[in-house]
Design a binder for this molecule. Structure first.
Ligand code: GLY
Length: 254
C-alpha cells in the first residue's frame, strides 16, 4: 500500500483493524434525522476479477435483493446499527438527513460494520433504481422535511442485477477515447437499462472517458432471470479492452 505512494496521502497512515471474514452486504436507508426506512439489501462485487480475485475497485456489479438476508435480520440491522447512529448524530446536534449506507460483513458472530457512507452506493444504486417503484424525489423531500414516516416507499417484488463494464487497465491507468459499440441494441432489450458513467461523446460516437465506463442493469421476477438478461445485454456491447465480471449474482444463486 505504501510503495511509491500508490494511494497518495491516504496511504501514509495504516490503521490495523479486526479482520472480518464473511459475506459483504450493502445496506441503504433513507433517513430524515429521526427515523429510517431501509432499502432491500444488495451485494457489491469489489474485486476486479471473477471469484473475488484481483485488485479492489469501486465496485464491478451488484444485485438486489439478497435473499438470504431475512426480514428479521433487516429489522435487527435497523435497530442495532442504523437507529443508534441516527440517535447519536441527533444527540450531537447534527441530525442526518439523506441516504445512510453501512457496509456490513455477515460473520459467524453476525453482522459487523465495515464502514458507514453518507451517500448512495455505486453500483448498488443502479440496481436500486430499477427496483424502486415510488417517487425518489418525493421520498428525498420527505427526508428533508422530517416526515419520512408518512412517505410510502415501494419496491418491486422482483430482482435486479447490474454488471459494470470497465476500461482496459482499470483500476490503474486506462486509455480514453475508444469507441463503444452496441449500446443501442443492448438498451433496446426488454427490462434493460444502461447507466453511463465514464463516457463522453465525440463526433456523434460514444467513447470511453473513465475507468468504470457503464453499468448494464436488468430486472426480472427472479435473480437468475435478471442475471441472464443482464449478461445477454452486456454481450451486445463492446469496446477495445472492455473488462467485466462473469459471476455477478452467482453468490445469490447458490
Ligand atoms: N459500492 C461501493 C461504494 O459505493 O463505495
Amino acid at each position: 500500500m505504501m510503495v511509491d505512494g500508490q494511494f497518495g496521502q491516504a496511504g501514509r497512515e495504516v490503521i490495523v483493524e479486526e479482520y472480518l471474514e464473511g459475506h459483504e452486504v450493502s445496506i441503504h436507508a433513507f433517513c430524515d434525522g429521526k427515523t429510517a426506512t431501509l432499502f432491500p439489501p444488495s451485494q457489491d462485487h469489489k474485486r476486479l476479477l471473477d471469484g473475488d480475485q484481483g485488485p479492489n475497485t469501486g465496485g464491478m456489479g451488484t444485485y438486489a435483493p439478497v435473499h438470504w438476508v431475512t426480514q428479521q435480520m433487516l429489522d435487527d440491522i435497523r435497530k442495532t446499527i442504523v437507529m443508534p447512529v441516527l440517535r447519536a448524530l441527533s444527540d450531537r446536534g447534527t441530525p442526518f438527513c439523506g441516504c445512510l449506507y453501512p457496509g456490513l460483513i455477515h460473520t459467524r458472530q453476525g453482522f459487523k460494520v465495515l464502514e458507514f457512507n453518507a451517500r448512495f452506493g455505486d453500483p448498488e444504486t443502479q440496481s436500486y433504481m430499477r427496483l424502486l417503484e415510488s417517487d425518489l424525489a418525493e421520498t428525498l423531500l420527505a427526508c428533508v422535511d422530517g416526515r419520512l414516516e408518512q412517505a410510502a416507499v415501494k419496491w418491486s417484488a422482483g430482482s435486479a442485477a447490474c454488471v459494470v463494464a470497465a476500461s482496459e487497465g482499470y483500476p490503474g491507468d486506462y486509455q480514453k477515447g475508444r469507441t463503444i459499440c452496441g449500446l443501442e441494441q443492448a438498451a433496446a432489450m426488454d427490462d434493460v437499462v444502461i447507466f453511463q458513467a465514464g463516457t463522453s461523446e465525440v463526433n456523434g460516437a460514444t467513447v470511453i472517458a473513465g475507468g468504470r465506463v457503464l453499468s448494464v442493469t436488468a430486472t426480472a421476477e427472479t435473480l437468475s432471470a435478471a442475471v441472464d438478461r443482464c449478461y445477454r445485454a452486456i454481450g451486445q456491447i463492446s469496446f477495445e479492452g472492455m473488462q467485466y465480471r462473469r459471476d455477478i449474482g452467482a453468490k445469490g444463486l447458490r
